[in-house]
Write a protein that binds this ligand. Structure first.
Ligand SMILES: C[S@@+](CC[C@H](N)C(=O)[O-])C[C@H]1O[C@@H](n2cnc3c(N)ncnc32)[C@H](O)[C@@H]1O
Length: 201
């Protein structure tokens, strides 16, 4: 297995990079969100409070809010510049969205205990300095009946070509971290490029 190499900069710092990221990932995020939304629909979560960790420009959070308008969604990110674009994206929406954004660290979330029904996060875990802290924060802010969907890249030989893959975790590393964490009743499914962590129903 290729050795993990953390990225030097995991948090967006300038608005040009954020706008470029937003443009490049817009279509892809629409597809990614379909998987998330279909799971949540299956779980019949309607009037629920949802947290998107590492929301960046809010694309996943916005799709959630559009597809299940009864949800109240909040996006968390450490980069204020990303949240500026996220708020612009909400303003461009043709339908009103029940959504807000907050600056904060996934390792030390600015929320009270047990308030969310669902925590989602996409392609962010590999950027977090201490993912165990993030898992424990997800557990803390979730209600006892709360659920989570955390997806990220999976480290593989493809990391030779792309530094985000190289900075990601292997299935064993993630499983070990989850075992050490306060999260319970989880399962991890892997695909060629990704690791998908779900709460077991
Ligand atoms: C690669 S982007 C993924 C964004 C989005 N979830 C998506 O799927 O397109 C990762 C985001 O995580 C944010 N981030 C990195 N470290 C963070 C931390 N410790 N707490 C909160 N957000 C963080 C970055 O600023 C960035 O916006």
């Amino acid at each position: 297995m290729i050795k993990r190499k953390a990225l030097k900069y995991g948090v967006f710092e300038d608005i040009e990079t954020v706008r470029r990221y937003d443009k490049e990932t817009r279509k892809w995020m629409r597809n990614t969100s379909k998987t998330f939304v279909s799971m949540v629909k299956k779980w019949q979560m309607n009037e629920n409070y949802v947290l998107d960790v590492g929301t960046a420009t809010g694309r996943l959070a916005i799709e959630f809010s559009k597809k299940i308008p009864t949800l109240e969604v909040i996006g968390l990110d450490l980069a204020e510049v990303a949240l500026v674009v996220a708020r612009e994206n909400v303003q461009k929406s043709e339908i009103p969205l029940n959504i807000s954004f907050k600056k904060g660290d996934a390792e030390d979330m600015p929320f009270e205990d047990s308030i969310f029904d669902l925590v989602i996060s996409n392609n962010t875990l590999h950027l977090i300095k201490n993912p165990l802290k993030m898992f424990n924060e997800v557990h803390r802010v979730l209600k006892p009946t709360g659920r989570f969907i955390i997806t990220d890249y999976k480290r593989s030989w493809l990391g030779i070509f792309w530094n985000h893959i190289r900075a990601s975790y292997s299935l064993k590393e993630i499983t070990d971290l989850l075992n050490q964490s306060n999260l319970q009743e989880w399962e991890v499914k892997e695909s060629l490029l990704s690791l998908n962590i779900y709460s077991k129903v």
